[in-house]
Design a protein around this ligand. Structure first.
Ligand code: ZN
Length: 547
């Protein structure tokens, strides 16, 4: 049975909701409207904003725009009198050799940059890469004691380069309860694989790409070669990381492994066997990477609505303002405008902020609105906030995030990415019912989307975080129709210059409804005493309960 949340009952039949009369609540909700959302999206995804890349000349334009809107709405600056939180970062431009050479003794294979491999190093020093470095195949590159799994057992990879498969064993076996079945765990993420290889003392780590297992096509990995990388500042200069963090295409991997008598499919089968052992590839790899670094700081933009009697507790809304800036031309266009990703989420934050501010009486708990920076580079603005929060983590009740909004009209569903993680799912289900919508789980949990946007930064420090939006079921259309549109988006629009807002094509009714729904949920929670918890089995539960 579903656990019932006594947040606040449905509006019907009541004269008061929280501390406001029904009509006052309605009037605040009505400030959420199509025209406002459209104006924000149209403005922020205009070429004038140059794709909103942190450190670009257009950064100031973007953050000033958001701060000015918070001010116009009448919300307080959240950070000691300022709407901004400085996020100190370092930008790394990498010069990578055109070829990666794999020396197999009698012969060698030259892989072509961008078409067959990518290479970086996170180390903040000039010379990186590897030369004639021994290659070891290390299965999935995973050490997961809770699943009794250790790909690095019985092999010393210190100073060597490991080659690993993308995603986790659960993806391939689909066994329920084993690495979460087909849903991606953190063990399946590329980030984890690079981190684990570094913990093992490896000099390099190469991930074999596969579109279905990674959750995105090669183009997404490839594009990463052409844009500067951003990292939070680190006292260690990331010297604990590998000298080489790299990807091969599936074809490139097949080319190399063919010489050893394997296909990638065979490697997958072998790696899934309980008696799998990593093996020396009797091959050596060379590639050079020259990093040039520049220090800079970007900004999170933050506004606050102080609570009344529980002002020390807070609810957070986030939507990243940054996107990819300028990049390789596609169909003559080099500006990656990021309308769906994520001008629409900034609009969502601003509209919800305005609704909260329009309430006759502010809710009992405080509400914090953050448009974070550098999500695209690796969730850095949100990570920085979580390390330097305005409200203590244990007083932060929940974080709501949104990202990648489809402009397809109204949705029947509210899709929860990372469904089953926290009791926020149950709170949402209760509220969604009042909005004539139903909650469903992310249909492609194997993509690991829960680990790929800003809510994850909050989850990592234990704050229950929800990423929910209309996605899978457009009102008046079949799910199959919607599915087709979703796949078109990921194929043709995601992280491309064509992620633009076209008024005559796009329909923001869904975003209007999402904003009203998430305003309602936040409002009820901001007037409640409840601290929704992580569910049993969530990897974040222990972190929260330690606090
Ligand atoms: Zn995004």
């Amino acid at each position: 049975m579903r656990k019932s949340f006594i947040l606040l009952s449905a509006i019907a039949g009541l004269t008061m909701v929280g501390c406001n009369s029904v009509s006052d609540y309605k009037q605040a909700e009505d400030t959420i409207n199509y025209n406002d959302l459209e104006r924000y999206i149209d403005d922020l995804s205009d070429d004038l904003y140059g794709g909103r890349k942190p450190f670009s000349p257009e950064e100031k334009l973007t953050v000033d725009y958001i701060a000015a809107e918070f001010k116009r709405i009448g919300l307080e600056p959240a950070n000691n009198g300022s709407y901004f939180q400085e996020v100190p970062m370092v930008q790394v431009n990498a010069k990578v050799s055109d070829k990666m050479v794999v020396n197999l003794g009698k012969e060698s294979i030259e892989l072509v940059k961008a078409d067959e491999f990518t290479a970086f190093s996170r180390r903040l020093v000039k010379d990186n890469g590897v030369e004639n470095n021994e290659l070891v195949f290390a299965g999935f590159g995973v050490v997961a004691p809770e699943y009794n799994w250790n790909d690095y057992q019985n092999i010393d990879v210190k100073g060597k380069t490991v080659v690993v498969l993308v995603n986790d064993p659960g993806f391939y076996t689909k066994k329920e309860g084993f690495f979460n079945g087909s849903a991606m765990t953190y063990y399946g993420r590329w980030k984890y694989k690079f981190e684990e290889a570094a913990r093992q003392g490896a000099a390099g780590c190469i991930i074999i790409h596969a579109t279905d297992a990674a959750g995105y096509p090669w183009g997404v990995v490839r594009n990463g070669l052409f844009v500067p990388k951003l990292y939070l500042n680190s006292p260690t200069n990331y010297m604990e990381r590998c000298q080489l963090e790299s990807w091969w295409t599936g074809d490139a991997a097949n080319k190399v492994f063919a010489k050893l008598g394997y296909t990638v499919d065979q490697l997958i089968d072998m790696s899934l066997k309980p008696d799998f052992k990593p093996f020396d590839m009797n091959a050596k790899v060379s590639v050079s990477i020259e990093n040039s670094m520049s220090q800079n700081s970007s900004k999170n933009v933050m506004a606050l609505l102080p609570g009344t009697d529980k002002a020390d507790e807070c609810i957070i809304y986030t939507g990243h303002w940054d996107h990819l800036g300028r990049g390789p031309k596609i169909n003559g266009d080099s500006i990656y405008n990021g309308a769906s990703d994520n001008a629409a989420a900034v609009a969502w934050v601003l509209e919800i902020a305005e609704a909260f501010k329009s309430l006759k009486k502010a809710p009992s708990r405080s509400v914090l609105f953050i448009s974070v920076t550098a999500e695209e580079g690796g969730l850095m603005g949100s990570e920085y906030y979580c390390q330097n929060p305005i409200f203590p983590v244990e007083k932060t009740v929940a974080a709501f995030n949104t990202d990648v909004i489809l402009f397809l009209g109204k949705f029947k569903d509210v899709t929860v990415t990372g469904f089953g993680q926290s009791e926020l799912d149950d709170c949402l289900a209760e509220v969604a019912k009042d909005h004539n919508r139903y909650v469903m789980a992310d249909q492609e949990p194997e993509n690991g989307m829960y680990y790929r946007s800003d809510h994850f930064s909050f989850a990592k420090v234990g704050i229950p975080a929800l990423f929910a939006k209309g996605y899978n079921h457009v009102d008046g259309q079949t799910k199959e129709w919607t599915k087709e549109k979703i796949s078109e988006y990921w194929k043709n629009t995601y992280h491309k210059p064509s992620d633009e807002y076209v008024p005559e094509r796009d329909n923001l009714d869904g975003l209007v409804e999402d904003s009203k729904l998430m305003f309602d949920l936040g409002y009820r929670l901001a007037n409640s005493n409840q601290f929704p918890k992580w569910k049993t089995g969530s990897e974040f539960k222990a972190i929260r309960e330690k606090k």
